[in-house]
Design a protein around this ligand. Structure first.
Ligand SMILES: [Zn+2]
Length: 454
């Protein structure tokens, strides 16, 4: 009996030792050696570089073998690999509930896939605690920016309620306000007025009765989902009831007059409004791709059975609507792709955002699929990557995010091949550095296994 216990203990301790751990650069040096560097400040690959990370920041960059201070460093072999800045999911959701373990799990799913910054789009008081714990280093998770609880037709019935809610969210310490459908011109006007008084940005959906022109005038920080873009291009839209318009203009996509596109784009540009496209929604939820095919994708294992069933039903409902057709879905996608190209070409700021978790968009995974959709729409791989890196730093007004340079936050992805040649390369991850914490390929797969749900 005693012997068995000892054998069991030995077995357990071996098992524990086999666990791969994070390597934290706090008080210590990590050297990524001989790597192809993609700094993202311009479209370039710099061969044979060493990158030195210390205390969560990039301490030095130089030709392989040229840096000092590398003695005793933890070395990551970058030979044949490509190092790019960490990506951001600018339309993320973490569970809006008082369940810190669930919030942390979602955050880790993003981080393990190289998404080192997330922008939470449906806030909850517990998210403020989560943000604080990440910022203080108490827990490991992606850099977190969060909206407050949703302002919508449901939560805001009068202009007074709108103002009160804006003040309360500012007071509570949320980074910005999330707008959902159902606001009226009156509640929206009160919301905007108070948001400007207390200095808090607002972002998200454009309510049907508000319309994109009021939204542009008001100065949204970001319009997400390209909400109301298609609608704004349909002549006589104000005579069409909201229910007949469908999911982001799906049912009126065949009535678009494209000659209105330049006016829409110059409006967005003139007010410096950023756009978070979430192309995953029309490409996955409302496209003709079958629910079974999406539900069988490997990444669905990280979602619960219940969530997957809800997603299958949501997609089936969408496709069974008598107004739905393959043609109209294709039309919606084509117009959005044109809008995306035109926005990029004309200098409207685009931010990478896929809306995850949302129907068949799995946290971490869908941001990479979103990049593919941008390239599909006609952006080059570099331009697509800009939306998830350089632009994020610009949007957040942070000089230390989104490019690789000395002094930047050590948010990095090590890839097996060159994403500037093939955007799918972002999905072939060798390692991730999250605020200076190195997560090897082995660590990533070990931690992902713990997050499998179904
Ligand atoms: Zn969302």
């Amino acid at each position: 009996m005693y012997r068995l216990l000892i054998i069991t203990l030995i077995f357990l301790s071996c098992h524990i030792q086999a666990q791969e751990s994070l390597v934290d650069s706090k008080g210590k040096t990590i050297l990524i050696k001989n790597v192809n560097l993609i700094p993202m400040d311009k479209e370039t690959v710099i061969a044979a570089q060493d990158v030195l990370v210390r205390d969560g920041k990039i301490a030095a960059i130089g030709k392989t073998g040229s840096l000092s201070g590398t003695n005793n460093a933890f070395v990551v072999d970058g030979s044949g690999k490509y190092l790019m800045p960490g990506l951001a999911e600018m339309h993320a959701h973490v569970p809006p509930e008082d369940n810190m373990p669930a919030i942390q799990e979602t955050g880790m799913l993003f981080a393990l896939k190289g998404i080192t910054t997330i922008r939470g789009m449906l806030g909850h008081p517990t998210h403020l605690v989560y943000r604080e714990k990440i910022n203080s280093g108490e827990i490991t998770g992606p850099r977190f920016i969060t909206s407050g609880p949703s302002l919508s037709g449901g939560s805001v019935k009068t202009p007074e309620e709108a103002s009160a809610m804006v003040r309360a969210e500012k007071q509570a310490g949320y980074d910005f306000l999330k707008l959902h459908p159902g606001l009226t011109p009156e509640t929206f006007a009160a919301l905007v007025k108070t948001a400007k008084e207390v200095n808090i940005p607002f972002a998200g959906h454009v309510s049907y009765k508000v319309g994109v022109w009021r939204a542009i005038d008001a100065g949204y920080a970001t319009i997400d989902h390209m909400d109301w873009f298609i609608e704004s291009l349909v002549p006589g839209i104000d005579t069409i009831p909201e229910a007949s318009v469908g999911f982001f203009g799906l049912y009126v996509a065949d009535r678009v007059d494209e000659s209105g596109i330049p006016k829409l784009i110059s409006g967005l540009k003139s007010k410096n409004i950023w756009v978070v496209p979430t192309e995953c929604l029309p490409r996955r939820w409302s496209s003709t791709v079958s629910a079974d095919q999406l539900n069988n994708s490997p990444e669905m294992m990280y979602m619960s059975q219940k969530t997957r069933e809800n997603w299958v039903n949501a997609k089936k409902n969408m496709l069974q609507n008598p107004k739905y057709s393959a043609e109209i879905s294709a039309k919606q996608i084509a117009i959005r792709q044109k809008l995306l190209r035109e926005m990029y070409k004309n200098g409207v700021g685009i931010l990478l955002g896929s809306d995850a978790p949302q129907v068949f968009d799995v946290p971490g995974f869908s941001a990479h699929q979103e990049l593919e959709y941008y390239v599909d729409a006609g952006l080059t791989p570099y331009q697509a990557l800009v939306t998830g890196t350089v632009n994020v730093g610009r949007y957040l007004n942070r000089n230390d995010i989104g490019t690789i340079k000395v002094g930047s936050a050590a948010d990095l992805i090590l890839l097996n091949s060159n994403p500037l040649k093939n955007i799918k390369a972002t999905q072939d991850i060798k390692g991730v550095m999250l605020s200076g914490k190195w997560m090897s390929e082995k660590y990533i797969s070990q931690e992902l296994k713990k997050l499998v749900k179904s």
